[in-house]
Structure formats: C-alpha cells, structure tokens
Design a protein around this ligand. Structure first.
Ligand code: HEM
Length: 262
C-alpha cells in the first residue's frame, strides 16, 4: 500500500469553516440580548429594534450581491429568494415602526464591513454565508420563540420565512457542498473564514448595543436564559410602546431558559 493511500483526506472546507468559526458563533449566540429575547424576557419593542437594525445590513449586502452577481462565484450563491430587505420593511410596517435607529455605531460598522468586503468576491460571500445560513439555522428557532413568547403572528415575521427556497435543510446542505467545490486558493479560504469571524463579531457588537438600549449591562454575556434584575426588567417593560405584551409576560414563566436548536 502506498503512503498516499494511508493519508486521510483533509476535512472539507465547510467543516473546517464550522470548526474555525465555532468560538465566534458561540460568542454571538450567548449575548445577553439575544438570549433574553429568545427566553421571552424582553418585549416586542426589543424585537422591533433588532429588525430595524438589520434593514441597513441587508440593504448593503443585497445591493453588493446584485452589483457583483456577474462574478461566477458570487453568481453561484446569489439567489433572489434569499433577499430579506423587503420582507423586513414589510414586517416593520406591520409593527408600526417609523424606521430604523437613527444613530447606531454597531449598524454603521457592520454595514462598513460588508461594503469593504465587496472588494473581493470571497470576502463578500463570507457575509452572505454568515447572515443567510444563520437565518436558516438559529434564526428559525428565534422566530418560533418570539412568536410564542410575545404573541407575534407569523405574518409579522416574514423576515424568517424562507419557504420560497423549498426544503431549507437541503438548501443549507447544498450551500455547504458548493462552498467545498469553489476553487478558492488556501489564502482565499483563510480570508473567507476571517471575514466570517468579522461578521459574527459584528453581530455580537450589535446585540451588545441592543442590550444596552434595553437597559442590559453592556457586553455582559448570558448564562442560559440570562437574568435581568427586577429593576432592569421593569425599565424594559416601561420602555415598550405596548408596555410589554401580555402573552409575552405570561410566556416568560414557563419558557425561561429555552434555547431550542434547529
Ligand atoms: C441565539 C442565537 C443563535 C442560535 C440559537 C443559533 C443556533 C444555531 C444552530 C442550532 C445552528 C446549526 C448548527 C448545525 O447545523 O450543526 C447554527 C448554525 C449557524 N449559525 Fe447560528 N445561532 C444563533 C445565532 C447566530 C448568529 C447571530 C449568526 C450570525 C449572524 C449565526 C450564524 C450561523 C451560521 C452561519 C450557521 C451555520 C449554518 C450552516 O452551516 O448550515 N447564528 N446556529
């Protein structure tokens, strides 16, 4: 038997990617804001703030994708059924939102990172992967939990509805298979991973900022079902335009700590 036959194949790029970004993913996922939102400990206003801040992010990402769709690699992943900007705007209208946050350093930095990444197709695609595959994975759990906790109907959360893609598990598998097939150089693969880390970090910073707006302590990471002090919770409920939904407050009791994976 030759030496070559004994050498195991290196892991596929998509597996290395998942491994390399798992710490950055965990960091984003464990932010107090998103944990408390999922646990039903915040309110509809917090959800609306999250959706508002994502509008400029998707606007930039989708404009850049359209602008670079002639690139063969970008074109491979550029599917209009993924587009979220119009859906986000329609959802925000249902909530009576008058628009996005006027001054958000976290949103500005995230948008700037996407804009800069567009200088190279693989770096732009890193933002594409992190956003849409995140929406198709953990985003689906977020959607189910906020509907349940805050009594929000699915019609108001079309942002999380990817039914136009068909079988979303199959879509994610195909996406990862395509990532394995793209003939990127090792340097381009390393830059893709590094840009994914930028994207995860951008989300962590955004969650920290949103948490601060809700009166949570800045940068503090959540234990599962993060606990706000009674005073903090009071402030958040008072800050909600609807005073916090009744269903939301009831739902918190039974569901605190829920962290449902897809
Ligand atoms: C509390 C929030 C979150 C939860 C509960 C969550 C949960 C999950 C789960 C369960 C998976 C599937 C892992 C697997 O298939 O093995 C996943 C994958 C992923 N998540 Fe998250 N996530 C969260 C936040 C985020 C954020 C903020 C982002 C970035 C915007 C993100 C991006 C991703 C990506 C890119 C994947 C890989 C998907 C794939 O390869 O198919 N996640 N997440």
């Amino acid at each position: 038997m030759s030496l070559l036959a004994d050498t195991p194949d290196p892991p596929a790029f998509s597996l290395r990617l998942r491994e390399a970004t798992s710490a950055a993913h965990d960091q984003a996922e464990s932010q107090q804001f998103i944990q408390m939102l999922m646990a039903g400990s915040l309110n509809v206003r917090a959800l609306v703030s999250l959706l508002e801040s994502l509008v400029p992010v998707y606007t930039e990402l989708e404009e850049q994708m359209k602008a670079h769709t002639a690139d063969p690699t970008v074109g491979l992943f550029d599917h209009r059924a993924l587009d979220r900007t119009e859906r986000l705007c329609a959802d925000l209208e249902c909530f009576g939102s008058r628009g996005r946050m006027l001054d958000s350093p976290a949103v500005s930095a995230y948008v700037a990172a996407i804009s800069e990444s567009a200088a190279s197709p693989h770096r732009l695609l890193a933002h594409h992967y992190t956003r849409y595959l995140g929406d198709l994975a953990g985003g689906q759990a977020i959607s189910r939990l906020v509907q349940r906790h805050y009594g929000v109907s699915a019609d108001h959360l079309t942002y999380y509805d990817f039914s136009d893609l068909g079988d979303t598990h199959h879509y994610r598998r195909t996406y990862r298979a395509l990532l394995d097939l793209v003939p990127w150089t090792p340097t381009e693969q390393a830059e893709f991973i590094a840009e994914c880390e930028v994207a995860f970090e951008s989300n962590s910073v955004l969650f920290a900022e949103l948490g601060e707006c809700c009166g949570l302590s800045m940068g503090e990471r959540s234990s599962i079902g993060g606990i706000a002090s009674a005073e903090t919770r009071h402030t958040m409920v008072l800050n909600a335009p609807d005073g916090g939904s009744r269903r939301g407050r009831q739902g918190r009791r039974g569901d605190r700590g829920a962290r449902t994976p897809t």
